[in-house]
Design a protein around this ligand. Structure first.
Ligand SMILES: [Zn+2]
Length: 99
């Protein structure tokens, strides 16, 4: 279903693994709880599965509601996900000006 709206989400992991500490994903419509459940049960994505297998927990750092897959793709393409992450920004002293 092209252009369908949903929620983009940013997962922040407790610690880094191979320089990665974030995952950006997308859930259709009201599907966010099911996506989180899938990540925790290692069925969500290869990277989240790898983190969970290492015993590294995660939390939802940020949500973008009523967006589509293109929005999520743009976020992913920008790299440096920490810039979108309130937790990392706070650690780096960028508490304000979150865009
Ligand atoms: Zn972060």
């Amino acid at each position: 279903m092209a252009g369908s709206q949903g929620t983009a989400y940013l997962l922040h992991f407790e610690r880094k693994m191979s320089h990665a500490q974030h995952y950006i994903g997308f859930a259709n419509g009201e599907g966010l709880p099911a996506r989180m459940d899938a990540h925790r049960k290692k069925r969500g994505a290869a990277i989240t599965k790898a983190f969970v297998e290492q015993g590294i927990g995660f939390e939802i750092a940020r949500l973008w509601v009523n967006v589509d897959k293109n929005f999520e793709r743009n976020l992913k393409n920008q790299k440096n996900a920490w810039r979108f992450c309130p937790i990392c920004r706070k650690e780096r002293g960028y508490e304000k000006c979150l865009r």
